[in-house]
Design a protein around this ligand. Structure first.
Ligand SMILES: *Cc1c(COP(=O)(O)O)cnc(C)c1O
Length: 339
């Protein structure tokens, strides 16, 4: 084990010892390569650089009380990366290649998997990028799949604290028939201006509306949205949001807790009627939201008036974390031990 203040780690880049790489050339994936360099050498005409042909993933492994390392729902991330690859015409990474890469990089960096009880975990970042040269607009014929890892702290250093978000009506993250459902860098590029303005104005994220009608909640820049009322978990059904694996898991846990689950369009005005709202994703599991400022309509929706997250969000958060750290039985078969 290395000497790190695990509980104080931010969610950010952390240098570890190794990463792994695999190249797709001449129509097939090559052998997995281990590297200790933080750099990649890439052709200056690579399609990833010019035409945004790249997609990524984010998942975590957790060290349990028993010292074992558990990975959460990796097959879903593999499947989603394949879907992103199809979405922007890249070579698909087969499950076996994805698994071998993730297992190898985690084992090689085992000393960076934070100890149980610190709230920290090891974040895994797979990346798929078009590396072959093209100057005309065409998909590349060569691809790089790589995976690096880094320990990340508990997202909420002072515990599970609600945040404020801001509705951005003057920007769109993704179009209905665009690439919003794929985890591609271009969507992030499109969300940066709204996100940075939200930060500058004191909010933790921008919340986007559907691009066509500007009537329904889509998602936050990097996280899905949900609301809770009348014992029901409601989350947007939209053709331009990224299908979050955390959200998928929370819907199941909500059912387990006896809630009803609805996936449907959420009109902005409905924000008034929710008892609890939150953003969800791998990084934080749930970011409870205490206020949504509809910037251009001069309206603020508030929740958790005592400054604390609502009871159902808290229960969902604790339940999911308990499964991830191996504290509770994994009745849905979501975790796998990396040995
Ligand atoms: C990755 C991502 C999420 C969260 O997905 P998880 O699988 O829960 O981590 C939500 N929205 C966007 C835009 C994302 O890229």
């Amino acid at each position: 084990m290395i000497n790190v203040e695990w509980g104080k780690l931010p969610f950010g880049y952390f240098k570890t010892d190794y990463n792994v790489r695999c190249y797709f050339r001449n129509g097939e994936w090559g052998k997995l390569e281990v590297s200790s360099s933080e750099y990649i050498s890439i052709h200056m005409a690579a399609t990833a650089l010019h035409y945004g042909q790249e997609a990524f993933e984010g998942l975590k492994v957790f060290r349990g009380r028993d010292g074992k390392i558990r990975i959460f729902r990796w097959q879903e991330n593999a499947k989603r990366l394949q879907n992103s690859a199809r979405g922007i015409l890249m070579a698909e990474v087969p499950d076996e290649v994805f698994k071998e890469a993730v297992w190898t990089v985690v084992k090689l960096n085992e000393k960076f998997v934070p100890p149980y009880g610190t709230g920290a975990s090891l974040y895994i970042r797979p990346l798929l990028a078009g590396t072959g040269p093209q100057v005309g607009v065409k998909p590349a014929s060569e691809y790089l799949f790589m995976v690096f890892v880094g320990p990340v702290g508990p997202y909420f250093k002072e515990g599970f604290k609600p945040v404020k978000v801001q509705i951005a009506r003057d920007f769109d993250r993704a179009a209905p028939l665009g690439t919003g459902v794929f985890k591609v860098g271009g969507n992030y590029a499109a969300s940066l201006r709204a996100g940075e303005r939200a930060h500058a104005e004191g909010y933790s994220a921008a919340l986007f509306l559907d691009a066509r009608e500007k009537k329904y909640i889509d998602e936050a820049g990097p996280a899905n949205f949900f609301g809770i009322k009348n014992n029901t978990y409601v989350t947007p059904k939209s053709v331009s949001i990224l299908p979050s694996i955390t959200n998928m898991s929370l819907r199941q846990l909500a059912i387990d807790l006896g809630l009803t689950v609805e996936e449907r369009p959420i009109p902005v005005e409905e924000l008034e009627s929710f008892e609890e709202v939150g953003a969800c994703g791998t990084a934080a599991v749930i970011s409870p939201i205490c206020a949504i400022d509809d910037r251009d309509n001069n309206q603020i929706y508030t929740y958790c008036k005592d400054g604390n997250a609502g009871p159902i969000s808290t229960k969902l958060y604790q339940k999911l974390q308990a499964i991830q750290f191996g504290d509770e039985p994994d009745i849905h078969g979501w975790v796998e031990v990396i040995e």
